[in-house]
Ligand binder design. Structure first.
Ligand SMILES: NC(=O)c1ccc[n+]([C@@H]2O[C@H](COP(=O)([O-])OP(=O)(O)OC[C@H]3O[C@@H](n4cnc5c(N)ncnc54)[C@H](OP(=O)(O)O)[C@@H]3O)[C@@H](O)[C@H]2O)c1
Length: 239
């Protein structure tokens, strides 16, 4: 740890070895935040941590957010650091690719979507609310337009994100001292997006880094708890 690291804000970002989570980790590292990051794949997570380590202290913990022992390890890492200013529940599961209509959706797959996208974020939030409350911190649950739009074949993921949105609203009501957000980042050129559109050219979708200024503006301005789209922070996104 660097000598002054104890005064730095601490963020835990799930699913930060790739895509939006990795881009957000870089955005926060540029500002000197200390990071706890996870992903299931240990190799890509180590690569991510190595790429961040020149700017900040980073604790990479490989594991699955649905695994209670892994979540306990994440909580322990936060406790070791002594504070938590930001929790970002970003790790997500889309469901099988190609996506399935609800009428024939595999129920085990559907259950797993809900485990990753709803129950794990709630469980991690439960465990970290004391630390977040002490820091008067910020909770960001990553949402999707699929939570509010009824797209054919997106019913599993979309309804899970809708459930996460509503849980976010209830958490905001229950914890008025915290800033509690569901944030829809918009379409991004990532592995998950490619899985949603198998075989399609997604090169016209923006890179995840393009929405990070919007997230930073959210953190800087701390508007009222609620649901936001990254695109609402237009000035930040276009700058
Ligand atoms: N991309 C889009 O167009 C888009 C649009 C709207 C919303 N979103 C939301 O944005 C968030 C990030 O998506 P993305 O597109 O950036 O995804 P991504 O590029 O596929 O990255 C997902 C990250 O999460 C990790 N991960 C996946 N499942 C995990 C689990 N069970 N436990 C721990 N880590 C896990 C992945 O690593 P491992 O595979 O090694 O675990 C990876 O680091 C998600 O919440 C998604 O729903 C994305």
């Amino acid at each position: 740890m660097t000598p002054d690291s104890s005064n730095r804000p601490v963020a835990l970002i799930t699913g930060a070895s790739a895509g939006l989570g990795l881009a957000l980790a870089h955005g926060l590292a540029d500002r000197g935040w200390t990071l706890v990051i996870d992903a299931r794949g240990a190799g890509p997570l180590k690569d991510a941590a190595d790429a961040l380590a020149d700017r900040t202290d980073v604790v990479p913990l490989a594991g699955d957010v649905t695994d209670s022992e892994h979540r306990a390890d994440l909580v322990e890492a936060v406790n070791q650091l002594g504070r938590l200013d930001l929790l970002v529940n970003n790790a997500s599961y889309l469901g099988p690719s190609p996506l399935q209509a609800l009428a024939s959706a595999d129920l085990d797959e559907l259950r797993h979507v809900y485990e990753v996208d709803v129950l794990a974020p709630i469980a991690l939030t439960q465990a970290l609310l004391p630390a977040l409350t002490t820091a008067t911190g910020v909770l960001i649950n990553i949402s999707s337009d699929a939570a509010v739009e009824a797209y054919e074949t997106w019913g599993g993921y979309g309804s899970a994100k809708a459930a996460l949105d509503h849980a976010t609203r209830v958490l905001a009501a229950e914890h008025p001292t915290l800033s509690v957000y569901a944030v829809d980042p918009g379409d991004l050129r990532t592995a998950m997006h490619q899985a949603a559109f198998p075989g399609e050219d997604i090169s016209d979708r923006p890179e995840p880094a393009t929405v990070i200024p919007a997230f930073l503006q959210l953190l800087d301005s701390r508007p009222a708890s609620g649901r936001y789209r990254a695109a609402e922070f237009a000035a930040a996104v276009s700058s």
